[in-house]
Design a protein around this ligand. Structure first.
Ligand SMILES: Nc1ncnc2c1ncn2[C@@H]1O[C@H](COP(=O)(O)OP(=O)(O)OP(=O)(O)O)[C@@H](O)[C@H]1O
Ligand SMILES: [Mg+2]
Length: 440
């Protein structure tokens, strides 16, 4: 059987500081910065643009400043997908996952290489792709159906099911630009999954929406897979990847590191990320304290015990602090605390064993676990400081590390309403309710 997707020597360069970076607003920002002699706002902090083709000898070597340069989001990728396969794609932030899906959905063109895709593709990429903001939910369903080559009758038949799944009956004749982000994604997913595409491409839909909706999406994708359709699914949720996919590709900085059995690939990915964390900490020489204890690693895991690369706002997480003290010593009155702070060093909240009037017993080797239900930070990057102390004397620090780990939080439906708080005004998220008294 010939593959439904085949990709040969695919590379993609993004040209920074030039027109055509992706969206008009990005381009205007770049132009505006250039006119004022400011650095290119599209470049990430600490990231210099590269200026060499993917196959050249100095790959990964020389970096240059200036604008009008390129970064290679994908480098010489080769793979095929057979009909009915559910291919998971995993990798760190910026690895190139979304770029790959955008190329396969023909939202953006490859710089080099060839792709062949057989059949109708429905994609759920970033929020908003495929929908026209001024059209109503109803009009968008018909528009997307006809783009997929379906007749009006065929769409009529699917219509109720789509609206029902998305839970937007009341708003079906409202322009989608008035939808909350949760409603928008629900409808976009419902359209992509119900219009019977031959290939379904889904990018990280599980990061949005509440737990209930995530379950529904996974269930729907399972249905689609059982009908023998092909699915490409990007997610940072390893449990979802393992339960849904028949094969997984692990991408790192634009390269395919490994492709194969979901359990094996996820394990090597998780091991890879945790290795990095512990190596970094053991190399740190800027510790403060008596040195009687050594904090060896900090890791963050989700409900299923899998290490997380990203935390979703509102997700239950556990922070694990691994430490060592000399053999033969036991510290009965240990205190541990974690300070979560912004990248600028502003503390946001602290988790401390002292707040529970408890001392922890530190034996030569072990780890402490701090469970944080409904992780209360908005999307963004944060740091965590860790302190191990003895007793109530705040000066008796056994070991401490500032910025022991950096965490990346992805926006989620913390409030369960599909609404997301503005990051600038609300880095911390607090569950709350409102009521009203009218006196006039
Ligand atoms: N429109 C664009 N213009 C310039 N650079 C881009 C553009 N889109 C993506 N990039 C860059 O390409 C690289 C790959 O990005 P991509 O969005 O594919 O990563 P990803 O694996 O989807 O990451 P995440 O897990 O954070 O979604 C990154 O370095 C990113 O900064
Ligand atoms: Mg992405």
């Amino acid at each position: 059987m010939s593959p439904v997707i085949s990709v040969e020597h695919l590379s993609k360069a993004y040209h920074l500081g030039q027109i055509g970076t992706g969206t008009l607003s990005h381009d205007l920002n770049v132009l505006w910065a250039k006119m004022r002699g400011k650095p290119n706002p599209m470049l990430r902090i600490g990231e210099a643009p590269l200026r060499f083709p993917p196959n050249s000898a100095n790959l990964g070597g020389e970096k240059e400043g200036g604008d009008g340069e390129s970064i290679w989001a994908l480098k010489d990728i080769n793979f095929t997908v057979e009909q009915g396969e559910v291919l998971g794609i995993i990798g760190r932030n910026g690895a190139g996952k979304s770029t790959l899906l955008k190329i396969l959905s023909r939202v953006t063109a490859p710089t080099e290489g060839k792709i062949k895709v057989k059949g109708r593709v429905a994609s759920l990429l970033e929020v908003g792709t495929g929908f026209h903001p001024d059209l109503t939910g109803r009009e968008n369903i018909y528009l997307n159906g006809s783009i997929l080559g379906m007749g009006r009758k065929e769409i009529d038949r699917k219509f109720d099911e789509i609206v029902d799944f998305a839970e937007v009956e009341q708003f079906i004749d409202t322009p989608v630009k008035r939808y909350s982000s949760g409603m928008y994604v629900r409808l976009a997913f419902a359209v992509a999954a119900h219009l019977e595409p031959e290939i379904l491409v889904v990018d990280e839909v599980l990061a949005v929406g509440d737990a209930e909706f995530q379950k529904k999406c996974l269930g729907k994708m399972e249905d689609v897979a059982h009908k023998g359709r092909t699915i490409l699914f990007v997610s940072h949720n390893m449990a979802a990847i393992i339960s849904l996919c028949s094969r997984v590709a692990y991408i790192d900085t634009g390269n395919f590191v490994a492709v194969g059995n979901p359990n094996d690939i996820v394990q090597s990915y998780v091991a890879h990320s945790s290795n990095n964390n512990s190596l970094n900490l053991l190399d740190r020489t800027d510790r403060i304290g008596s040195g009687l204890a050594l904090v060896k690693f900090l890791s963050i895991t989700g409900e299923n015990g899998m290490e997380l690369d990203n935390i979703i706002s509102g997700q239950d997480v556990t922070v694990r602090i691994g430490y060592e003290i000399p053999s033969g010593i036991v510290i009965e009155s240990g205190v541990c605390f974690l300070v979560f702070k912004t990248q600028l060093g502003q503390p946001l909240f602290t988790c401390s064993t002292r707040l529970f009037n408890e001392y922890v017993r530190l034996s030569p080797r072990g780890s402490l676990k701090c469970k944080i239900p409904r992780f209360p930070l908005n999307q963004g990057d944060y740091f965590v400081d860790v302190y191990l102390k003895r007793g109530s004397d705040s000066r008796d620090i056994l070991d401490s590390l500032q910025e022991a780990i950096r965490i990346h939080v992805v926006g989620g439906d913390f409030f369960g309403t599909g609404r997301v708080a503005n990051v600038e005004s609300s880095p911390a998220l607090v569950q709350h309710t409102w009521s009203m008294d009218n006196f006039v």
